[in-house]
Write a protein that binds this ligand. Structure first.
Ligand SMILES: C[S@@+](CC[C@H](N)C(=O)[O-])C[C@H]1O[C@@H](n2cnc3c(N)ncnc32)[C@H](O)[C@@H]1O
Length: 257
């Protein structure tokens, strides 16, 4: 990480930590245990909240990201930070011949994913694992995906280095994330929704006020799309990205060249 990069992260950190149950935000943070606790707590209501808070648009973002991940018809694909598995399910439905491994470090999220895959008769291997120490040998996968998980990592560079390690040469990395809202009217409106309305709805539906305060804070502290592209490039990936829904979400694609 360059000094400019760490300034970027540091400038966006919360100065004081008002509630120890809410994970810290940004890069190079000691937040893994808090992130695990938070997702274990909201696991039973996570899917419902996703639909409500994104007004259902998250499905179209996942479809767009899945097309990128499946472009080269991968034989083996790893979905990192799979949560309750919605993205892994989309990938397996679209590409039945691909062996899909869905990994996360919160067993409660994985268990819900397992049940959904079972009820939809989709064979997906749900496996516990930390994205920063992936339990797979080098060059194991043709494709690796991470939807709305990367932002939660305690160390972005370490995460990218692990993605690079387990991908085969020529392999494809697809990251779907919420970039910080851009400047301008739309960005301001979205920022207002994100900071003032979403946490209230999230708190009522999930019963966990902290989780949906953390969401906007972690998005505001996340690198903007060109910055994430630079981090991926610095790891060695050939990178392109595109914005979705006026910049609410972004897909970054990296190729291990
Ligand atoms: C917002 S959810 C996204 C879940 C899913 N990919 C989706 O699109 O709905 C973030 C997930 O990232 C997982 N996560 C965060 N940091 C992780 C890490 N270091 N290793 C593995 N999983 C992690 C959390 O447990 C959580 O399930």
């Amino acid at each position: 990480m360059t000094p400019a990069d760490s300034d970027f992260a540091a400038a966006r950190l919360r100065p004081n930590r008002p509630n120890t149950e809410i994970p810290l935000v940004g890069d190079k943070q000691d937040k893994a245990a808090d992130v695990q606790r938070m997702f274990a707590d909201i696991a039973p209501r996570y899917d419902l909240l996703n639909r409500v808070l994104s007004l259902g648009v998250d499905k179209s973002w996942r479809r767009a990201a899945a097309s990128e991940a499946l472009l080269l018809r991968p034989a083996r694909l790893l979905d990192v930070a799979t949560g309750t598995g919605d993205f892994a399910l989309e990938l397996k439905r679209r590409s039945p011949h691909t062996e899909v491994i869905a990994s996360d470090f919160v067993p409660q999220m994985l268990e819900i994913g397992r049940k959904k895959a079972g009820s939809q008769h989709l064979e997906i291997h749900f496996e516990e694992g930390d994205a920063l120490h992936l339990p797979y040998p080098d060059a194991s996968f043709e494709s690796l995906t991470c939807a709305f998980g990367f932002r939660n990592f305690a160390d972005y560079q370490r995460g990218l280095a692990e993605f690079w390690r387990v991908l085969k040469p020529g392999g494809r990395l697809v990251i779907l994330e919420f970039p910080p809202p851009a400047e301008g009217l739309f960005g301001s409106a979205f920022r207002f929704y994100f900071q003032h309305i979403l946490p209230r709805i999230g708190a009522v539906v999930s019963g966990n006020g902290g989780a949906y305060t953390y969401l906007p804070e972690s998005v505001l502290a996340f690198p903007d799309p060109p910055h994430l592209a630079r981090l991926m490039h610095a790891t060695g990936f050939r990178v392109h990205y595109r914005l979705l829904s006026g910049g609410i979400a972004a897909i970054h694609v990296g190729t291990k060249s």
